[in-house]
Design a protein around this ligand. Structure first.
Ligand code: ZN
Length: 197
């Protein structure tokens, strides 16, 4: 292996989110030290995954088939769809096992600054799914960011003419959270979305 190949590996690793040049060099070195037990299996796994990955035509999830394993699961509740921005959000909800229905991955959020408009994310396909007879509720699980909330308001507006329940995730004090450590926005949300005891 020539130096340029190693440099190329480091440069590619550094393109991954959260990996700077220093981390990339450390990762590359740990791979170089274990060519057979780590580097080749990793390379094979990456190629195998790249060859088999498809975007689900129904929900936008990434899987090895379309419809994906979640859309294809007969045991799931098809009347409830949770809308999220990214596949990572779907993974988080699946890890927590808190939702037994379906998902809709938008693939981003509306952003005036980044030039993301409704046509660029999966909003039209969500409206089509919402119109289906079996769909009874849409749960908006956007991030609590300005872009996330702009997206949630836009979708709510688009869904207003359809006879369907639209809800959003509760916001406020997290489990195990101490009030003294909360930011003002979180405290305001917690007070405004208070519930009867
Ligand atoms: Zn799917």
């Amino acid at each position: 292996m020539s130096q340029s190949e190693i440099d190329n590996l480091i440069e590619l690793l550094a393109r991954l989110p959260g990996i700077g040049p220093r981390s990339a060099r450390r990762l590359a070195l740990s791979l170089l030290k274990k060519p057979d037990s780590l580097m080749r299996p990793l390379a094979k796994s990456i190629i195998d995954t790249a060859d088999s990955i498809v975007k689900c035509n129904e929900c936008g999830n990434l899987d090895t088939k379309s419809p994906c394993n979640i859309c294809d699961d007969q045991k799931r509740d098809i009347s409830v769809i949770v809308v999220i921005e990214e596949v990572a959000d779907l993974w988080a909800l699946e890890r927590a096992a808190v939702h037994k229905g379906l998902y809709h991955v938008l693939g981003g959020s509306l952003s005036a600054i980044d030039g993301v408009s409704p046509e660029n994310i999966g909003i039209a396909s969500l409206i089509e799914r919402a119109k289906k007879e079996e769909t009874k509720e849409i749960i908006l699980a956007m991030n609590a960011t300005i872009d996330g909330q702009t997206t949630a308001y836009y979708i709510t507006d688009q869904l207003s003419s359809i006879d369907i329940k639209v809800s959003r995730l509760a916001r406020g004090v997290p489990v195990g959270g101490e009030l003294d450590y909360m930011d003002d926005g979180t405290l305001l949300e917690a007070i405004e979305s208070r519930q009867p005891f």
